[in-house]
Design a protein around this ligand. Structure first.
Ligand SMILES: O=C(O)C1=C[C@@H](OP(=O)(O)O)[C@@H](O)[C@H](O)C1
Ligand SMILES: C=C(OP(=O)(O)O)C(=O)O
Length: 411
């Protein structure tokens, strides 16, 4: 399905859009619920990745296919490694088979796990025979993906001696590690994170039944920030349900988008995004996104839509996500008339005056490519190819865009 967006304007009505739960929080809590069934989860994400996670945990099949879901792949590898006597193959999409998992598998094997590669060494699919893991110390590289570390933290309190994890190298995507630790803390499991060492104590004796409410997804909020940034001064959109003290690192959007003239007002669990001021063409946006990699695409496209120069560092994880996001951004922004220089960890967008119209944006099986480029429909007519990829994290994305007045047709 391709979507043709005609040059649009956000309708002047005031909208309140409920956004689905964070897929990161949901997938952690789903795994924790499998370990601690007394947990009850509210506002769980309806994203494909969370539905796949739920199904995988409930499944008794010998082969589990988690498609494109990176967190599910990594968290379930750790989970199945401790399901004693259960034998499972975890596989995924062709892209998942290119996303590295060796650092996590080596760490689990060091703890005693029985895991084998079925195709290429270091990559899914994996065959896992669940065992009791008895060691309590492990170290791993922390500069490739925080998901490996979160996976270990999630199972740690179920190991008889808990776990002490030493992180080597520069730690990437730290807020996601802290999110995992905070969720354990809220269950009453003791965790300590000092310098590069994380300690998780073994399971608390009698964990009380409790309900945890997932905050809405901040990465999904980024597309509304972009829509407001690309609109006239005075435009407002309200989204729910958010917390001022968020566990999600992408909540840094509220600070970053001030650079694009967008103000954020918290009112109970609603946030209103308002375009307060126009942005000078001379502004240059400079950001380090090592703690919030998932909003890089949104920010690059907002800057392009406003004709601003943008230089982002800390993007070393983008090459191993749903697609090589650095290359995908460069290719698609250049079709639109942008000039982009990339390295393995940086992206430099030059300022530009013109946006080519009726360009078809390829999405590379990456939900964030589709959603990041859609707001450009406020500046020009644009085509988003394979637009249904959005369901990986935000299945209602196109319905919500229609609600706020974006005009499009489906081919
Ligand atoms: O733990 C998580 O929920 C996530 C961690 C991040 O991955 P990396 O740590 O691989 O950067 C992020 O990009 C991903 O969308 C979700
Ligand atoms: C990178 C992402 O997800 P995952 O790694 O879980 O596939 C994402 O949602 O942007």
């Amino acid at each position: 399905m391709d979507i043709h967006i005609a040059k649009s304007k956000i309708a002047s009505r005031k909208f309140t859009i409920p956004i689905t739960g964070s897929k990161s929080e949901s997938n952690r809590l789903l795994l924790l619920k499998a370990l601690y069934p007394q947990i009850n989860i509210e506002n769980i994400s309806n994203s494909d990745d969370s539905v796949l996670m739920q199904r995988a945990i409930a499944s008794t099949d010998a082969v589990i296919d988690i498609h494109h879901a990176g967190t599910a792949m990594r968290f379930l590898t750790a989970y199945f490694a401790i399901q004693e006597r259960r034998e499972v193959t975890i596989t995924g999409s062709s892209r998942m088979k290119e996303r590295p998992i060796k650092i996590l598998v080596d760490a689990l094997k060091h703890l005693g796990a029985d895991i084998n590669y079925l195709e290429n060494d270091g990559f899914p699919p994996l065959k896992i025979v669940g065992k009791k893991l008895t060691k309590k110390e492990v170290s791993l590289a922390a500069n490739v993906s925080s998901q490996y570390i979160s996976a270990l933290i999630l199972i740690a309190s179920k190991l008889e001696n808990g776990l002490e994890i030493t992180l080597n190298g520069k730690i990437t995507s730290v807020p996601y590690i802290k999110m995992t630790l905070s969720l354990l803390d809220s269950l009453g499991v003791e965790t300590i994170f000092i310098d590069n060492v994380i300690t998780i104590k073994p399971q608390v004796a009698n964990l009380k039944p409790q309900t945890l409410t997932v905050e809405s997804d901040w990465s999904s909020a980024s597309y509304f920030y972009s829509l407001v940034a690309l609109s006239e001064v005075g435009t407002e959109i309200t989204i729910t349900a958010y917390k001022k003290e968020s566990l999600q690192g992408d909540s840094v959007l509220a600070t970053i988008y001030k650079n694009f003239g967008v103000e954020t007002h918290f009112n109970n669990h609603q946030i209103t995004l308002k375009k307060r001021t126009a942005v000078s063409q001379q502004s240059k946006i400079e950001l380090d996104l090592k703690n919030a990699p998932d909003i890089a695409q949104t920010i690059a496209v907002t800057a392009f839509g406003l004709g601003l120069e943008c230089y982002m560092v800390g993007l070393h994880t983008l090459k191993i996500k749903e697609t090589d996001r650095l290359l995908a951004l460069k290719t698609e922004l250049e079709k639109l008339g942008g000039e982009v220089i990339i390295t393995d960890a940086t992206l430099h967008l030059k300022s530009s005056k013109k946006i080519n119209r009726d360009i078809a944006i390829a999405t590379y099986n990456d939900h964030r490519m589709a959603m990041a480029f859609a707001p450009l429909g406020l500046k020009t007519s644009i085509i988003i190819e394979n637009a249904d990829v959005v369901s990986k994290s935000y299945p209602q994305f196109w319905d919500d865009l229609e609600t706020i007045g974006i005009n499009f047709s489906i081919n």
